[in-house]
Design a protein around this ligand. Structure first.
Ligand code: ZN
Length: 203
C-alpha cells in the first residue's frame, strides 16, 4: 500500500480527517434526502408512467431468456429512440466472464456499435430511453450518467435493503479510498491522446 510522504505529517492527517468528516456529513445528508424522496407520496409515480410497446416487451423477454439459457441472471435492457429500438442487451457476466457485462451496459455498447458514438452523442436526450427489466445497479447507473441518459425506466425496482447495503458500500469506499503520489503517470498518458487539452479541467 502506498502512503503519502510529503508535507508535514500531523497537519496532513488532520486535514484528511476533516475531509473525511465533511464527506461523511454530506453522505448522511444525501442519504436522508434519498430516503425522503423514496418515502414521498410522489415516488411511486416514477413507476408505471411509461407504457411499453408490444415489440419492446417481447424484445426484453427474448433477450432475458437468452441470458437465462446461458446461465446468467436473466436481466434484459433495450434502448428506445422514439418508437425504434436502437440498442439491445442482456446479462453476459457468466457467458463472457465479463465483470461489466450487465444488460444496460451491453445495450449501450450495442447502440454505439450500430449507430456510432458520435451519432449516439447527438441523439436528442428527450427521445432516448433506457428500459431495463431490473432497476440499474450503481455500475450501470454510472454508465447511464456517462452517456447522458435522462430517462430510465425499470420494470422491477430494487428493495430498500438493497440500496441501504449499496449506501454502506459507498460509504466504505469514500472512507477507504486513497490517492497515490504518482499523478505524473496519468498526466503523461493523457498527453498521448490526440484530443488532450491541458486547459480543460475535466480530463
Ligand atoms: Zn448493472
Amino acid at each position: 500500500m502506498q502512503t503519502e510522504s510529503t508535507g508535514s505529517g500531523p497537519d496532513k492527517t488532520i486535514t484528511r480527517w476533516i475531509l473525511r468528516a465533511v464527506i461523511l456529513v454530506l453522505l448522511i445528508i444525501l442519504a436522508f434526502l434519498g430516503l425522503s424522496a423514496l418515502l414521498s407520496p410522489e415516488s411511486h409515480l416514477l413507476h408505471g408512467k411509461m407504457t411499453l410497446s408490444g415489440r419492446a416487451k417481447s424484445a426484453l423477454l427474448g433477450l432475458g431468456t437468452v441470458a437465462a439459457k446461458n446461465g446468467d441472471v436473466p436481466i434484459a435492457a433495450v434502448i428506445l429512440y422514439g418508437d425504434s429500438i436502437i440498442g439491445r442487451g442482456y446479462n453476459t457476466v457468466v457467458r463472457d466472464t465479463n465483470a461489466a457485462g450487465h444488460a444496460e451496459i451491453n445495450a449501450i455498447t450495442d447502440a454505439l456499435a450500430r449507430i456510432g458514438p458520435s451519432r449516439f452523442n447527438q441523439l436528442s436526450r428527450d427521445s432516448l430511453v433506457m428500459v431495463s427489466t431490473l432497476e440499474p445497479c450503481p455500475m450501470c447507473r454510472g454508465a447511464l450518467l456517462e452517456y447522458r441518459f435522462h430517462h430510465v425506466v425499470f420494470l422491477r425496482g430494487r428493495s430498500f435493503l438493497h440500496w441501504f447495503r449499496e449506501f454502506g458500500k459507498q460509504l466504505k469506499y469514500e472512507w477507504n479510498k486513497e490517492k497515490g503520489t504518482d499523478e505524473a503517470i496519468q498526466d503523461s498518458l493523457l498527453r498521448m491522446h490526440p484530443g488532450y487539452d491541458s486547459t480543460r479541467i475535466d480530463w
